[in-house]
Design a protein around this ligand. Sequence first.
Ligand code: RUQ
Ligand code: CUA
Length: 685
Amino acid sequence: MTLNRKSTRPLMLVTVLMILAAMAVLVVSCRNNAGGPSTNAPTAGTTEDINAIAAARGLTPQDLVNAAKTYTPSGKHDEYYLFASGGQSGQMYAIGLPSMRIIKQLAVFTPEPWQGFGYGELGTLRILREGGLGADGKPLTWADTHHPALSETNGEYDGQFLFINDKANARVAVIDLRDFETKQIVNNPITLSDHGGTFATPNTEWIIEGGQYAMPLGFKYSSIENYESDYRGMITFWHFNREAGRIVPEESFAIELPPYWQDLCDSGKLVSDGWVFCNSINTEMATGGVELGNPPFESGASQNDMDFLHVINLKKAAEVYAAGNYDDVNGFPVISLDTAIAEGLLHFVPEPKSPHGSDVTPDGEFIVVAGKLDPHVTVFSFQKIMAAIEKGASDFDPFGVPILDFDDVMEAQVELGLGPLHTQFDNKGYAYTSLFLESAVARWSLGGSFDKLNEDPPWTLVTKTPVHYNIGHLVAAEGDTVSPDGTWLVAMNKWAVDRFMPVGPLLPQNFQLLDISQPGTNMPLVYDMPLPDGEPHYAQIIKADKVKPWDVYPEVGWDSSTMSVWEGAPKQGEERVERDGNNVTVYMTAIRSHFTPERVEIRKGDHVTWHITNIERALDATHGFALPDYNIHVSIEPGKVVSFEFDAVQDGVFSYYCTEFCSALHLEMMGYMLVEPSDSASAAD
Ligand code: RUQ
Ligand code: CUA
């Protein structure tokens, strides 16, 4: 096995070479305080001399190179979007690379007032409501978002849509990248938790949502003593209609799986297109009960030397579903485990030891599985898996699922270090694996027919870069496509520890940017970015020019929840308040710097429906609308119409106002909603 080679001297950027030479003497003199600025030296702001600034701040030549690689001057745009999960916040982040600047938070599963998501606006409330009600019958208001997936065309990110799962409640959200808004949330009808989502097939026909904790499918009760007979795992395939920009639940289906905990999946591509690979844990079928003297889950679910990589024939499963060969569970089509076995949809491949991550190489030839408790990654060959399926299995799991022979399908095992988790790829024939326990990113060389741009022997460790600390996922530029870029990689670290100024016991997450553009052993860490939200599991990085968002909505009166013009949208000159019995409808427009009408006079007990069109066409001329006490806030971007409704349960005087500082007279952009008490004389008409 190749050992970690000594780092060669970093290649310096030509543009900074001269600066570095000029400052070398000064920098050497301040090497001793590289841990931070010295307290009484001048800092940036007191001088324009780069040497003096570097000396004062304790910056090394490498620091200046890193700064030159990442600093993005005012007005310049980044090269990539990083779309990161926002973890338990239930949201997502759009982050620019290489600057690592947060560009926007995307409201997905959780109400978000700035965007008006879930604060009265009918369209977004409908999305939240349709996306699942909690046990109390109210919309769920958080999510444990894990794995974003960009839509793909021919295995390349196409910049059109973004998907992400909620592990806690087994939900999948669809975000439209024309306006970066969440358009749909689907709630898995048969199970509560997913982890193996979301993954898009190479042309985004299917969005894959794998399960996690087994339970009786369809939300039935069964004693945990009946675990083996009644509890089940699952994988769901949501059919995506690109034209409509929506998942079509009526054209989606699931496959029943044994009650192992399906963990992470990946879609096949190119040669393996039409296949899906999910690792699993707890093939021991441990049921916990440490309080009863049973082994705790953490050891009960880690007994076996091998768990099972689930090899699923999605193409054939779709045919079985189309032929109607499925059961109905809670109104949802589920291909039974027996049918899956009989039709050859499901095979197992033994995978060592508490596996995590299942990542298909860009050529679709290999599947990389890491073992959390094994210093190796194991590489399986798709061709060998096909040959072994052809040959037929001689071993079966307790449910009758055929188990392929490990030696028949294993291509290589590469020793990388402690706690390997996830793997990404580049354009040079390297793979990159996160080492959780070792806090490092390992670069290793792929074998096979891959057209390699590196000179390292196949299936060997090339180098490691330490990261801080306890890295979970890592993500490379265009890293899940058939042609990764090999430019940047972001380590998504679970712990930040000492990297940032202290903010109390709850620390931010640490995203660290690595430059992976040079082959060999030079893979420098160039930037640290605190993310003020936990815990972002995964992200994807797409070339910025592939994403083509709208500047403003295409036409005035645009309903972003249907992505079309709404004919009923309030128009300039036709603003009014209509009354029909106790139902009041407000037709309002917004333009710098007034709402029309500026007075809305209603009565206590009225049911109010309120529409506002922003008739602006100027870039960034967004108005916010706040209705205090009624818990309503919406964002109305240029061209958009928003609608909300409420019961006027409280009489009094309410000043509604614009919440975006949109002009010099923004403070005057307000109006009064006067709610007359229902028992006053004038109310009796
Ligand atoms: S996986 S715990 Cu993405 Cu490493 Cu979720
Ligand atoms: Cu519109 Cu402030």
